[in-house]
Each structure stands twice: as C-alpha cells, then as structure tokens.
Design a protein around this ligand. Structure first.
Ligand SMILES: [Zn+2]
Length: 277
C-alpha cells in the first residue's frame, strides 16, 4: 500500500520519525506519535465566517450560525482547540472533551468575526494560510472575492493564541505535481511563515483536501509534524488527518451526526487496514 512509507512505526525515517544521532527518538516524534485511523480526534473544518449574498462553494458560515455552533460545542462538553494542541493532548491520552477547530485559506474575517467568539468561549483554533497570498484575495477559485489575512493580522492572531499553519504557497492541487514543486509548496511556505512569525510552523493543510502518498511524504520531509486532509482514506494518519466540513446548515443535530460519522469512518479504515494484513 502506498501509505506504508508514511507510518513511522513501520520504519520510515524523516523529520517526523526515526532516531537522532544519539539514538534517542526525535522530539517531534514523541510529541506527535502516529495516529490510528479509528482514534483520530474529531476536528471541524471551517473557511470563512461572514454575512454573505452568494456562496457557491459553501465556504461561508454566518456569524450568527457560528456562535450557535460554538455554543453547541460548549453545551456538549467540548472545548475547541488548535489542531497542534489537540494532537499533543491526544498523544498524552488527554484529548477527551476537546475538538479541533480549523479555518482554511486564512480569510480576513477570521480576525474580525472568529477571534472575538473564540476568546469569549475560551477556545483556540488553527488558521491554515496561503503563504504566497497574504493580504490578497482567494483568486484560486471563481467564487466571490474575499479578502485574506495580511501579515500583521496573522502575527496578531498568533500572539493571541491562534495556531498558524501552512495551506501551501499558491493553493495548488498537490497530487500530480513534480517533486521539486511539492517541496516548494510545502517547504517554502513553511519557511516564509516561520520568518513572519519567528516561531515554528508545525501544521500543513492540503489545498482542496487533496492528498496522495507523494504529497504526504513531501509535507513530512519538509519538517511538519502533522497535516490536515478532509476525507478518510488509506492515508489517514498524522499526515492526513480527517476533518468534518461545517456549513451554514449545521445545527446541533447535524454536528452530532457528523461526529458519529467521523467515528464510523475511522473504524472502517482501521478494519480495512487489519484485513489487508
Ligand atoms: Zn483552501
């Protein structure tokens, strides 16, 4: 199976796995061990939170709905946290009661609409920003133009506890790209964000949720500690974490159904892995 090389427990080395010259495990491997598909913690995927007229790609949730969704999490005994924090808690067996909150593309409304709500609830989140488009617009798709976070807003978000991850340099579809372009999208974007933030960037998010074994290996080899995908697949694990899409129609009942579906899909991937052995 193509996923084999991505699993440190099966002997793959690289920045996320293996041992150091002194024979001890790499620090980041201990911080983020491999994640079994049936144990992947539940993570929500948002894009934009704003009022809107049209939303052909369903990337926008209104601020009113967003508050109701955060309220539902709180009443359900769940605290929204950044994905990096969720994975550290998971590694320590302390992820019960936590749910990952992620925001793809880095829309400027994250600063104005999302951050005040997160702070009111005592939640955090991860923003996956497109490193080559900071301060620009979402010109990779044909829908309504939306402003993206600029450099100063990203720095301030990080200072206020929002984890900043990379969503690539140009929001390109990674599967099928030559190795050197994969390395640029993953590695160069990370360097640019680390220069901006003066801190380590640990998380990557595949544009369009599209991941194959080569893309996941490029992300791992670029020094990330984890990567977010969308769907469950044979690659599901630390470098292809599944997430549940959240949209404007998602009330508490639908969110609960998505939580159950996340669990069932993880169990199915795990049972496929076991029967393939
Ligand atoms: Zn995106």
């Amino acid at each position: 199976m193509a996923a084999e090389g991505l699993r440190p427990e099966r002997g793959a080395a690289g920045p996320g796995g293996g041992t150091r010259a002194d024979g001890r495990p790499r620090g980041d491997l201990r911080a983020y061990p491999e994640i079994r598909a049936d144990r992947a913690p539940w993570t929500l995927m948002y894009h934009s939170v704003d009022a809107y007229q049209e939303d052909p790609y369903q990337v926008t949730v209104t601020p009113e709905r967003f508050v109701r969704q955060m309220e539902w999490l709180r009443r359900s005994g769940l605290r929204g946290v950044a994905l990096g924090e969720l994975l550290r808690a998971h590694a320590l067996g302390r992820a019960a009661g936590l749910v990952g909150l992620t925001f793809d593309d880095g829309y400027a409304d994250l600063y104005h609409q999302v951050l005040p709500v997160l702070e009111r609830y005592g939640f955090t989140a991860t923003a996956f920003v497109v490193a080559g488009r900071l301060g620009g617009h979402n010109d990779w798709d044909s829908g309504p133009r939306k402003r993206l976070l600029d450099r100063e807003q990203i720095r301030r978000l990080a200072d206020r506890g929002v984890e900043i991850g990379s969503h690539g340099l140009e929001h390109r579809l990674l599967p099928g790209l030559p190795a050197e372009e994969l390395a640029l999208e993953a590695g160069r974007s990370r360097e640019q964000l680390e220069d901006l933030l003066e801190r380590r960037v640990s998380g990557f998010c595949y544009p369009y949720g599209a991941v194959d074994a080569a893309a996941a290996a490029a992300v791992r080899d670029s020094g990330y500690r984890y990567a977010a995908a969308i769907a469950h697949s044979p690659l599901t694990g630390r470098f292809a974490l599944p997430r549940s899409f959240v949209g404007e129609r998602d009330d508490g009942w639908r969110l609960r159904a998505k939580q159950v579906r996340h669990r069932l899909r993880g169990l199915r991937v795990r049972s496929d892995e076991e029967s393939a052995r």
